[in-house]
Design a protein around this ligand. Sequence first.
Ligand code: MG
Length: 491
Amino acid sequence: MKNKKLSFIKQALFVGMVILTFSCNDQDKGIAVNETSAEDKPMNFVIIFADDMGYGDLGVYGHPTINTPNLDRMAFEGQKWTNFYVGASVCTPSRAALLTGRLPLRSGMASNVVRVLHPNSKNGLPKSEITIAEQLKKAGYSTGMVGKWHLGHKPESLPVNHGFDYYYGIPYSNDMDLTRKLTSYGDYWKLWTEEYKDLTPADFNVPMYRGTEIIERPVDQSTMTKRYTEETTKWIRDNREKPFFMYLAYNLPHVPLFASDESMGRSVRGLYGDVVEEIDDSVGQIMAMLEEEGLAENTMVIFTSDNGPWLPTEISGGSAGLLRNGKGSTWEGGFREPGIFWSPGNINPKVVMEMGTTMDLFTTFSSIAGVPVPDDRIIDGVDLSPVLFGEGKSPRKELFYYLGRDLFAARVGAYKAHMITQEVYVQGAKQVSHNPPLLFNVEEDPSERFNIANQYPEQIQKIMRVVELHKANMKAGPDLLGERGPENLVE
Ligand code: MG
């Protein structure tokens, strides 16, 4: 922001000089008026969203055997956030939170259990929600989306009807439209372990869309990551004259895992490593293209993941590193993700240990693009610009961890209280209420190992006051994910 503000001041001085020159010498007009440097251009935004990648799956976040030199470079040249969160720990609500800047319960994209939209779902993200794409369109941005949408697959719910000019991708998860018959809940998990070697992309009859048309079915998932990257770089090159927003959501490393021929067998971590390293290559290609095209200086690239690792998929799932549990849960492993911000010359390179969330991107982008945040609804995002562009503090001091429509936990500062916990992806698991809540200091104890509720009752009281205020202001939307299809043994 420092640069942006400086550039604004320079621009104002420059305009003043032009006016003076114009009034002094009519013939000089127009000579300097077209002079604009790269930093005067509006900031472009690229969000790269991985699926089910855990906090511990990148080299720069400590993985010992997955090699991610491009994401590592992005982190060293930019900001690596170590307390970066999503709005929910499963796909659909997490994506709704990212795009709307709102907790998914508000938009109806949270259900009463760990549930997501499916190929037979009737609903999608309500039209009344404002996406980042719609927000940036107000400032004249071109908007493109490539990859996994998962906010409704009916034509009216697809990205091109939610503010995106362009869409290429699969409208839901890559493990849906399964053509094999499953007879039990346990059968699903076996797919990713002992039976895994038999699977081919034809076992998942997922469609590839361009706009609102299906162009391929089943998708050849082995080339999917490569093609997403190619579509993205082409779209950015084609749209470089206007400010742009690209939302690139890879379907991987969500199971089933497939990699291109070039990437198969490259990683000592096995197939999961092959898939993550191919995504890392893709990030490197996008960075190189932005640098070659002279766009890097006025583009911000953000890399993160929609939720933590899907642990029951065993060797086919990722790792939350030292964080507890994973996808679907309200432990840190479900909600805390890698969060890397890169914009050479604009972002102040450092490791950031303060809190930020994917919901904050809505507000941060709006602030940078000069678009007022809607005032007719509650927006949960805050503006992270003070941290990104300078030495300021993150305005985010609180986090709310929902499982479905229920508030399970809340973090205020270093302390996190679990009012409810529940085992996830375990058939018949029930909610367990805690009174007093379990309490952890997630700065001293990021793995949530030591319950300190008895030592710090005042911290529990402080969190509960924040929770009461939050609940009083929560206007929940309807449960739009409430259907369940015949194939959906696992949600
Ligand atoms: Mg996911």
